[in-house]
Ligand binder design. Structure first.
Ligand SMILES: [Zn+2]
Ligand SMILES: [Zn+2]
Length: 346
């Protein structure tokens, strides 16, 4: 079988490997769709303490069960499934509270074990026991199903900031995640959604997904425009999906008093950001972060996709065969479109 392994920083290699043998507690999945995540790009560019080379990365996986261990009765061959990313230990204080995404072991598919940029992926015992493996509707394509993991993270953020109908929201960054936020916010009844995005094709996508105002920070004073668009008050909620410390600082300025700020995108190689903590105090803000998603939100994400509650196909702008995975990474990096999906079985 063929895999695309990260053999060093910025080096993806198509490798021929042995067809995987599984134990009685594992599942073998034929990968039909695997999305390129922003975090994959970060690992590709900078490496990651959790990733030893060579490693097949990728955690936004949808595929078909082709083999399963004798101890597994929940699934059968032919099942069409999509996966969460985390490999919860099942025993720590967080796993016991169904918060496996915060498991003390912090293990994930495509980091500690090989992930989805391959024809087949082995789902290890802990993942089968404690991870999220969800069957998808017959009418849901693998391509759309691969959005379940990133969309579960979007849902996690939305619940954290608890946006109410009628509120105004600004979303910084209109990549796949930003556009999912924009579309979901409009669906949930947000009044005015303002998107801030440098890349022109992504600004167009933000509009298509329902953004009411789209600001290009290359040519506008973003903070002033947001304040002006909200009667001088700022927005009820600010969601930062762009990995930028400047944007994180600006978020605290454009949020309304008593508003909420969500930091979604992690930033590589940054340990400290000078911020004016008086914003927290005198504006009485709630500033939260989210990372990953618990299993129940992955289940909910699959439901949104199965039921077509958003036009999920609009979030996928490029697809590639497995031998063009490097090209998929370059395209994702170029910010020309939104989600790039590799289809290893074609
Ligand atoms: Zn992801
Ligand atoms: Zn745990």
């Amino acid at each position: 079988m063929y895999s695309v392994a990260l053999t060093d920083k910025q080096t993806l290699e198509l490798q021929e490997r042995k067809y995987p043998q599984i134990t009685s507690d594992e599942i073998l999945l034929k990968v039909h769709a695997i999305g390129v995540c922003g975090s994959d790009l970060r690992v590709y560019q900078h490496g990651d303490a959790r990733v030893d080379f060579p490693r097949v990365i990728g955690h936004e996986i949808a595929g078909e069960v082709v083999d399963l261990g004798s101890n597994i009765s929940r699934f059968q061959t032919g099942d069409r499934v999509t996966l969460g990313a985390h490999i919860p230990c099942g025993e720590c204080v967080f796993c016991q509270k169904n918060e496996g995404h915060q498991c003390v072991e912090g293990k994930s598919m495509g980091y500690h074990v090989d992930g989805g940029f391959a024809e087949y992926v082995v789902l290890p015992k802990k993942f089968v026991e404690n991870g999220s493996i969800q069957k998808i509707a017959d009418t849901t394509s693998y391509e759309l199903a691969s959005l379940s993991e990133p969309f579960s993270c979007v849902l996690s953020g939305l619940y954290e900031v608890d946006v109410k109908p009628g509120e105004n929201v600004v979303v910084y960054g209109a990549g796949a995640i930003g556009c999912m936020y924009i579309a979901a916010l409009k669906k949930m009844g947000a009044a005015k959604v303002i998107a801030v995005q440098r890349s022109a094709p992504r600004r167009q996508k933000a509009l298509e997904n329902g953004a009411d105002i789209v600001i290009d920070p290359n040519s506008a004073d973003t903070a002033r425009e947001i304040i002006e668009a909200t009667q001088g008050l700022g927005t009820d909620t600010v969601i930062v999906t762009a990995p930028s410390t400047e944007v994180q600082k600006e978020a605290l300025e454009v949020v309304k008093k008593t508003g909420k700020v969500l930091f979604f995108a992690g930033i590589k190689n940054v340990t400290e950001v000078p911020i004016n903590t008086n914003h927290f105090i005198y504006k009485q803000l709630k500033v939260v972060g989210t990372h990953g998603a618990p299993r129940h939100l992955h289940i909910e994400a699959v439901k949104w996709i199965d039921e077509g509650l958003l036009d999920f196909s609009s979030f996928i702008t490029h697809t590639f065969p497995l031998n063009e995975t490097a090209n998929a990474f370059e395209t994702a990096e170029s910010k020309e479109g939104l989600k790039c999906v590799v289809k290893p079985s074609e």
